[in-house]
Structures are given as C-alpha cells and as structure tokens.
Design a binder for this molecule. Structure first.
Ligand code: PXP
Length: 237
C-alpha cells in the first residue's frame, strides 16, 4: 500500500487569511497522523503566504511520522532547512504570482545548482526528492543527480476533462514512474489529486507515496480532518 503524505498548507492559508492563531497547522498534523497519514508535508514558500517558519520548527519537534519540507531553490530557505533538518526535502519550482506550484522543476536548467545542493542535504542526513514533470528524461537527470526520490507532478493529469486526455497524461505518469523504479528511485506523486481521480493513479504500482493536500483539507470542512485522511488512505489501499 502506498504511503500518504498529507499536505497541511491550506490549514495555514485559512489562518493567514485573518491573521488569527487558528486553525493551527500543528494540531492538523497530529489529527492527520491519527487518521493514518504516513508523512506530513508543508511548503515553506518564499512569500510565506501560508506556512511560517515557526510552524516548521514546531512541526519538526512534534510530527511523529516524517516531515517533508517542500521548498524552492532559495538560499534563505536552504539555510533554514539545513538548520531544521526535516526527514525529506522536496525541491519545487516557485513563482510568486502562481496560485499553486505550476509544473515540475526544470532539472536540466538547474542541474549545476542541484549538483551542489543535493549532497549538502544528504550529508546533513536529509533525503532529497525532486518534484518533476512526468518526463522520462527528467527522471534520468534526477537519477544522475543521485537524489533519493522523485515526486511526479500529477497536475496536468488532474486538470484534464476528457477521458482520452486523462488517459494520455496517466500514461506519461506511468512511464516516468516505471523509469524511476528501474533506476531504483523512491517514486512519489502528487498535485491536484482528489477523491475521484486518485484511484487510477494508484494502479501504477511503482508509485509508493502520494502527497495530497487541497482535496483532503477541503473534505475536512464537511467530515473532519481525521475522517478525510482515513477516506483518502482507504483509496490508496
Ligand atoms: N506535492 C507537491 C510537491 C506540491 O507542491 C503540492 C502543493 O503544495 C502537493 C503535492 C499537494 O498538491 P494538492 O494541494 O493539489 O493536493
């Protein structure tokens, strides 16, 4: 059964919208773990629009499972991550104006920076994952960079409205996942996955971890967070 990383950024989005102390991402992490989350994922964005530095520091001390810190290739955040030492960092592209992470990391363009960065994390005992498009060439480049894991961006799949387009995107994910497994990489996937489009992706057995946020937090509004996580876990089994 694939692992579930629950992304709790949107709990912080709600808090930041009013500048209140609630809802608290830390409490969300503990409830998500109670519901069966195998990992807590947060994205510390350069503009700090949701998760704040103090959230990550508290989560580091409290999360019982694993802490996955999504982050851009920013010097300031790299220094922060090396200090905090999450179990895993997932390197993502970041644009200030985007609503959410659009597209995977341009591995080719950032090859040099990544070649320096990946070992510095690994030497600090932090596993490294690259958030990449479902592209076999990017999987090969990631492997050459000796990362521990890749996370395949499922956003393009999730955005399709027609069955044939969805099938085409799913096939791209399948090919990328297959190549990742062949190269002995830990293969995760995520972005835009919800309670009706996730099951098809779980058929790709090479994918051993899913990071899901928005749909779980949205469902939690109606059924509570623990139940929302439980339901998503059930879909992964
Ligand atoms: N994985 C990565 C690398 C992400 O950047 C995000 C969004 O922050 C997710 C997974 C979760 O995406 P969603 O909120 O659409 O489930």
């Amino acid at each position: 059964m694939a692992k579930l990383g629950v992304n709790i950024d949107h709990v912080a989005t709600l808090r930041q919208a009013r500048g209140t102390k609630y809802p608290d991402p830390l409490s969300a992490a503990l409830i998500a773990e109670k519901g069966g989350a195998d990992q807590i994922t947060v994205h510390l964005r350069e503009d700090r629009r949701h998760i704040q530095d103090f959230d990550v520091r508290l989560l580091r001390k409290t999360v019982q499972t694993e802490l996955n810190l999504e982050m851009a290739l920013s010097k300031e955040i790299v220094t922060f991550a090396l200090d905090i030492k999450p179990n895993l960092v997932t390197l993502v592209p970041e644009k200030r104006k985007e609503l959410t992470t659009e597209g995977g990391l341009d591995v080719k363009k950032h090859r040099k920076a990544l070649a320096d960065l990946v070992p510095s994390f690994q030497k600090a005992g932090i596993r490294v994952s690259l958030f990449i498009n479902p592209d076999v060439e990017d999987v090969i480049l990631s492997h050459e960079l000796k990362v521990d894991a890749i996370e395949i961006h499922t956003g393009a799949y999730a955005e399709q409205n027609r069955d044939e387009d969805r099938a085409r995107e799913l096939e791209r994910i399948r090919m990328a996942a297959k190549k990742g497994k062949e190269l002995d990489l830990w293969v995760a996937a995520g972005h835009g996955l919800h309670y009706t489009n996730t099951q098809a992706v779980t058929q790709i057995k090479e994918i051993v971890e899913f990071n899901i946020g928005h749909s779980i937090i949205a469902r939690a509004v109606f059924v509570g967070l623990e139940q929302a996580v439980r339901e998503m876990k059930a879909l992964l089994s």
